[in-house]
Design a protein around this ligand. Structure first.
Ligand code: S3P
Length: 671
């Protein structure tokens, strides 16, 4: 049964070698905890790197509904005004935790020691997931519940101020249960202890310590771990800063993609490397993956590193059951790596996969078979026969599960035929820019045009991209146009085309009449002449483009370009101010002079042309001065332009930023 009425079919076909250095979004587990724990201190916490996926946004909404002030100050930067332990207020409405088991279970623990009731619900997938695992220990703490049959959502937590401390041994290895108990313990007098037989991710413990709580962890004689927390501790009321590292579970998709797409070489920066999260990486190394970890350090209580991954010849391995908690979310993507490996991979101890966002064991098995891979899920074991190059060509049912969706899109990057998925909408729960980021590295993931609001928006957009010479506006504009399927016009090439006519008819570029005649005769064919790139043409273009009459003649040419109502991307220097003052999106790309000169110098050297850096720098300085001071259409950003300084950004980062801006414009226009 479809999860939403608007499913987005997607497909992924053979990718070019993946190359580049990227940052994937913030860690989902740490992001939930950052918001929740920051709400439990008195004082302001500035969080950067927060994952802005639907799951985390729902946790923010739930906290806001209970009186916590949470503000997004800029992309990935959020400020939480903590209310302190015991400071939450009753929510006047039901809390909808969307797709998130973590959000739901942690918040159930958080609201347990309060003198009010809290109502929870979630989406179709979350309403199927077991909640007894949290209800049981919280009931032992004296909290009552009213829940649907089989203890599913919607449910009510009837909180109490008389919660009791407990010692509880986790029946399943689950950080969510552990965290729910520890959060309930914050406002419970006495010492609460959680015992886990197998270690699960310890972000809650680490973050509590980072904020000033005393949390004791000790290994018991039988090897299990006891985590104890005394309730109602006094925590310093200070302002804090917190950095959320990138999510190793999101990085996993990029890593496996780079391992299976020939010639790939990718660096993913600043990834959380908590040893209780890195089971996938241990497994891939055993499979022969070429992965190295650089720049390891500890930040805000969490280990962090850059991951360098290169295309590798993988072989099948046996993954022990005891590794499951440290890679519980990574089995879907490991299954894709296993399909491309030589030999058989066996994964044991996967019972918990049955109760994730979907029955992942069944979904993986079905998806692999659909794409010609021999796979068998039996009991809690999954066996996959690797084939080096799976057939692909299948349509995968994702059951609104983000990790199933992304895993099979990765498969399509290196399988013989493209892989299709029935619905990619769930991807926004954890990795909103997944496709764009993968495509920026070399992948070819596409949305079925019929359902793609970006490819076929109800109201196509005119996008103006202006900026000084060598700011990267041309590359950016071309890429945006390609991504949206819009026609693209490099307006600089029109001025060059006029310059070319002047030079090759032996006229003088300072002769206004000749320049106007040349401008009047320009056609689209003139814009693809390879001689337009010549330096003498650029110089002539720069002279004639300062002539007001020439500019006004060329205005019509540019305005006609976007008349076809198919949308358009134009780059230049005055698109947002003069040519299309009504453009839907205006971007002004800039960078400091030195950075632009270095980029241009590198570019020219790449074309095997010998030039000294100083002369590039001087040329650019002169052009900047001329562009900024000319009487007609001087180079300035439109009042309503988004100005992006790219001095410290790479091309991918700029592309992602601009897509974000366009996406929100499309949303606003379509609503
Ligand atoms: C999470 C714990 C894991 C994991 C989930 C996030 C967490 O679930 O699957 O994506 O943030 O605590 P369990 O603890 O239930 O295994």
């Amino acid at each position: 049964m479809p999860h939403t009425t608007t499913q987005t079919k997607m497909q992924s076909r053979t990718a070019a070698a993946l190359k580049g250095k990227i940052t994937v979004p913030g860690d989902k587990s740490i992001s939930h905890r950052a918001l929740i724990i920051a709400s439990q201190v008195i004082g302001k916490t500035e969080i950067s790197g927060l994952l802005e996926g639907d799951d985390v946004i729902n946790t923010a909404k739930a906290l806001r509904a209970m009186g916590v002030q949470i503000e997004r100050t800029s992309p990935q930067h959020w400020v939480v005004q903590g209310v302190g332990v015991g400071g939450l207020a009753e929510s006047s409405d039901i809390l909808d935790m969307g797709n998130s088991g973590t959000g739901a279970r942690l918040m159930m623990g958080l609201v347990a020691p309060y003198n009010f009731s809290t109502f929870f619900t979630g989406d179709e997938s979350l309403r199927k997931r077991p909640m007894q695992r949290v209800i049981q220990p919280l009931s032992d703490m004296n909290v009552r519940f009213t829940a649907r049959e089989n203890n599913r959502l919607p449910l009510v937590v009837h909180g109490t101020l008389d919660t009791l401390p407990i010692t509880y041994t986790l029946p399943v290895a689950s950080a969510q249960i552990k965290s729910a108990i520890l959060l309930a313990a914050l406002n419970t007098a006495g010492i609460t202890t959680v015992i886990e037989k197998e270690a699960t991710r310890d972000h809650t413990e680490r973050m509590l310590r980072h904020f000033g709580w005393q949390v004791e962890t000790k290994t018991l004689p039988d090897g299990s771990i006891a985590i104890s927390l005394e309730g109602r501790q006094s925590i310093p009321a200070i302002d804090r800063e917190l950095l959320v590292p990138a999510d190793p579970s999101s990085a996993a998709f990029v890593v496996v993609a780079a391992l299976i797409v020939p010639d790939s070489d990718v660096i993913i920066t600043n990834v959380a490397m908590n040893p209780l999260r890195t089971g996938l990486y241990d497994t891939l190394l055993e499979m022969g993956a070429n992965i190295t970890f650089q720049n390891r350090h500890i930040h805000c209580g969490e280990e962090v590193a850059d991951i360098h991954v290169r295309y590798s010849h993988l072989k099948g391995v046996c993954v022990p059951a005891k590794r499951a908690p440290s890679m519980i979310d990574e089995y879907p993507i490991l299954s894709i790596a296993a399909s491309f490996a030589e030999g058989i991979t066996t994964m044991n101890g996967l019972a918990e996969l049955r109760v994730k966002e979907s029955d992942r064991l069944a979904a993986i098995e079905a998806g692999l078979k659909e794409n010609g891979v021999i796979a068998k899920a039996s009991g809690d074991t999954l066996t996959i026969e690797g084939t080096k190059k799976p057939k692909g060509g299948g349509l995968v049912t994702t059951h609104f599960d983000h990790r199933i969706a992304m895993s099979f899109l990765v498969m399509g990057m290196a399988s013989e035929q493209p892989v299709h998925i029935d619905d990619g909408t769930a991807i926004t729960t954890s990795f909103p820019a997944f496709s764009e980021m993968m495509n920026s590295l070399g992948a070819a993931i596409a949305i079925d045009a019929v359902h793609n609001p970006l490819l076929s928006p109800a109201h196509p957009l005119v996008i103006a991209i202006d900026g000084p010479a060598a700011s990267g506006k041309g590359t950016l504009a071309r890429r945006i146009a390609e991504h949206l399927g819009y026609p693209y016009l490099d307006t600089g090439s029109i001025y060059r085309a006029v310059g070319l006519k002047i030079i090759y008819s032996n006229s003088n570029p300072y002769d206004k009449r000749a320049a106007c005649e040349a401008a009047l005769s320009i056609t689209e064919q003139d814009l693809s002449n390879p001689r337009l790139r010549q330096e003498k043409i650029a110089l002539a273009a720069s002279i004639i483009s300062a002539v007001p009459e020439v500019r006004s003649i060329l205005l019509n040419f540019q305005r006609n370009f976007a008349k076809n109502s198919k949308g358009a991307v134009l780059d230049g220097r005055d698109i947002g101010t003069v040519v299309y003052p009504d453009a839907d999106v205006k971007i002004f790309i800039t960078a400091d002079l030195e950075t632009r000169a270095k980029r241009r110098h590198r570019e020219v050297q790449g074309e095997n042309i010998e030039v000294v850096y100083e002369s590039v720098l001087n040329d650019l300085r002169e052009r900047d001065e001329r562009d900024a001071s000319r009487s007609v259409a001087p180079l300035i950003p439109a009042d309503d332009a988004f100005v992006i300084d790219t001095s410290h950004l790479n091309a991918n980062e700029v592309f992602m930023k601009v897509l974000d801006i366009i996406r929100s414009k499309i949303k606003a226009k379509n609503s």
